[in-house]
Design a protein around this ligand. Sequence first.
Ligand SMILES: Nc1ncnc2c1ncn2[C@@H]1O[C@H](COP(=O)(O)OP(=O)(O)OP(=O)(O)O)[C@@H](O)[C@H]1O
Ligand SMILES: [Mg+2]
Length: 267
Amino acid sequence: MDAPAAGPAEPAAPRALMAPATVLARCATGIGGLDDVLGGGLPRGNMILVAGSVGTGKTTLCLEFLVRGAERGERSLFLSVTEASQKLIQNLSTFEFFRPDLVSDGSLVFVDLPALYDKLGLEHEEMTSDEIDILIRTIRDLVQTLGVKRLVLDSLTSVCYRIRRDEAIRDFMLRLGQTLNQLGCTSLLVSEIGPTEGRYSMHGVEEAIVDGVVLLWNTRRQGDILRVLQVVKMRGTSHSRAQYVIELTPIGLLMAPHLKGGRPEGA
Ligand SMILES: Nc1ncnc2c1ncn2[C@@H]1O[C@H](COP(=O)(O)OP(=O)(O)OP(=O)(O)O)[C@@H](O)[C@H]1O
Ligand SMILES: [Mg+2]
């Protein structure tokens, strides 16, 4: 058969269309599997929700992100609401990847938010808009003064519990995200959710505002409970949305594809 006659030559693509796509600067989490899924790490300056039910490894993932950052010379700040820093450091010291010298030399800083609330005189059970302003300014000053490049808030859920109104939560998160982004600080906000699927935060507004959502959950297989991780969204990069089984090991968080052999017994 004759080859089809060649048609008119395609017009050359405009120069701008041929330019290579911009690649945003990355903040490598230092957790190998997660960086692979993200194509090199979190886009720098992103604010990400780490959402999951109890015991799924949210705090451990966030702590490893900070330790790996501090090791690379990026000052890291853990804002703790739910557990006292002293106890967190104690738990962290059971992992081999932890280096106590990072705490003593100020590369890894822990701040207890309840103590900060007391110091700032934030006393209303439901924060007023002035109190929310003070909280945002205090976090900004801490990040700016210390030159923090990685921040964790554990948990956003506990802070939102005191902000309560959806509009106020939206405003708090928009301002916090913008402030941290301008300062080049990449942040992980812990969201505590129940085991039911379809929702990544208590109020629902949180997940819409953040740049990314990393979801963790428990699943049963043949009597065992597995931890599973999935990157649900991540603005500024393409990424895998596959499910990965994670293991919290002394050397850090390890990930493997979730081969769904056998029938899971529910989330
Ligand atoms: N040294 C260790 N090595 C390996 N795994 C550990 C170690 N210490 C704790 N774990 C595991 O980590 C789990 C706790 O994980 P983590 O506190 O990160 O979960 P979480 O999602 O933050 O939980 P919560 O909902 O209670 O805040 C423990 O239940 C235990 O299985
Ligand atoms: Mg926790």
